[in-house]
Design a protein around this ligand. Structure first.
Ligand code: SAM
Length: 451
């Protein structure tokens, strides 16, 4: 089957080969270096016939986004139009019989149109492909946009060209006003990137929209990752209006703010004071109630989640349909914070059971070929209990060729007496400690008795 006879659509017209080699020597953006020309096949017809011609030749049109396919005929006093065809068509002989018959019947002519091409006709990807053929993929896929900010993660081999790449990115993306490059380091605790300005305005206050909420924050001081939006939405969907949410590493609120639109009780925490301020600001901005804290994660888990949330909760309530969700998104080290629960198990040597209504969503990075098992094992080892009977592991995203981000959701293992006091339910799931604390079970006497 030849092009134009049916379903065989030609690919986008690639203009990279037209870009002169001189652009490779450019240190700063010089748009005049991109001027060139191209011969494009075209069908000349009366203006009234444009629609019909486009329909007849739809599979072989000059196929390129943001490019006009119909242009005025440049012949003197002519009112005709030119319908541009794909550059794969070289002569009239490349057209099929049906197309030739159509042209004859409608008095159309085939011609070659000489067209000038300039910088504005090339896409960012094409320019990068011409100047940096070996690094195209790295550059084109290495940037993320956060509001008006484009955030690059360039390899050291590209550092000599970073200003030019910044200028191109800024010039070719009308919504981008600031281009920054991630410098080698990430702020260890608060997970935000150190950045240098490559092009545009030195303005780091970003406004981002995610799932019907608006977030404002200083991107140079807090963590934000637009690639997590599907994950934020997945967790928010799992939570019911009557539930309670504890967001231990809340950042500027991408879980807490949307969830507070449907849930009355949301407790959100972040140790970074800038995130904490932005979290409160975003709650106001979105007109939702979030109880915000600026505590170390372990302190938040101990005081707000365990003491205030779990221990003081009426057992009947805790066994109603009202679930508590504890979200722990600090994938590099979140499982380690579960030692707060392990410490409680060791301090109060009481029988343990699966709590039916407290769910923990704990994120971690995995590097083995079996990330599901790795994630469950890591959490189980820190808790010193086997969480596998209730755990579900979700693949969040690949962060590097050998590193994935996973989310383990499991029921909290909690003290049996606290759960069983309630007569309105019967919990049958049996649970056993994975291994006793070193030195055997810790006797209750002389230990804290308040839970
Ligand atoms: C990976 S970010 C996640 C932010 C947000 N939940 C999201 O999904 O985009 C982790 C957050 O944990 C905060 N953080 C880091 N260490 C902490 C700690 N020890 N206690 C509490 N928050 C901490 C950081 O400031 C950062 O905002």
């Amino acid at each position: 089957m030849t092009a134009g006879e049916g379903c065989l659509k030609l690919p986008f017209v690639d203009l990279v080969s037209l870009i002169p080699d001189t652009v490779k020597k450019m240190n700063a953006l010089d748009k005049s270096l991109f001027d060139s020309s191209i011969d494009v096949p075209a069908i000349k017809c009366l203006p009234a016939l444009c629609g019909m011609v486009q329909k007849e030749f739809k599979y072989i049109l000059f196929n390129r986004p943001h490019f006009r396919k119909i242009i005025p005929c440049e012949e003197k006093n002519s009112k005709d139009r030119l319908i541009l065809l794909h550059t794969h068509i070289k002569t009239k002989d490349d057209l099929n019989k049906k197309q030739l018959d159509f042209m004859e019947k409608n008095r159309c002519t085939f011609l070659i149109h000489h067209m000038t091409i300039s910088y504005n006709d090339f896409t960012f990807d094409e320019i990068v492909k011409k100047i940096f053929p070996e690094n195209t993929k790295d550059i084109v896929t290495s940037f993320e946009t956060v509001g008006h900010i484009a955030h690059l993660n360039l390899k050291p081999t590209m550092f000599d060209h970073k200003k030019l790449i910044g200028e191109l990115l800024l010039d070719k993306n009308k919504n981008i006003k600031t281009v920054v490059n991630k410098t080698n380091s990430i702020e260890e605790t608060f997970r935000f990137f150190k950045m240098e300005l490559l092009a545009g305005e030195d303005r780091m206050n970003a406004t981002v929209h995610e799932h019907g909420c608006v977030f404002e924050f200083d991107y140079s001081k807090v963590y934000w990752n637009s690639r997590l939006q599907t994950e934020h939405q997945r967790i928010v969907k799992e939570i019911s209006p009557e539930d309670v949410v504890y967001d231990v590493f809340a950042g500027v609120g991408p879980f807490s703010i949307p969830v507070a639109k449907k849930v009355k009780e949301v407790y959100a925490n972040d140790l970074n004071v800038e995130s904490y301020k932005a979290l409160k600001h975003n709650a106001e901005l979105n007109k939702v109630q979030v109880k915000a804290y600026n505590l170390e994660g372990r302190e938040f888990l101990d005081q707000i989640v365990i003491e205030e949330g779990i221990c003081k909760t009426d057992t009947c309530e805790s066994l109603s349909n009202r679930k508590k969700h504890i979200i722990m998104n600090l994938p590099a080290i979140a499982p380690e914070f579960l030692d707060v629960f392990a410490d409680k198990y060791a301090t109060f040597n009481l029988p343990l059971k699966i709590h039916p209504n407290i769910l923990i969503h704990c994120y971690c990075f995995c590097k083995t070929k079996t990330p599901e098992e790795e994630a469950i094992l890591r959490v189980s080892e820190i808790l010193q209990v086997d969480i596998s009977p209730t755990s579900k592991v979700h693949f969040v995203r690949r962060v590097a060729p050998n590193k994935v981000m996973m989310c383990v959701t499991f029921n909290l293992i909690w003290f049996e007496h606290k759960v069983e006091k309630c007569s309105c339910t019967n919990i049958t799931s049996e649970f056993s400690r994975k291994r006793p604390a070193e030195g055997g079970d810790i006797p209750m006497e002389g230990k804290k008795t308040r839970l």
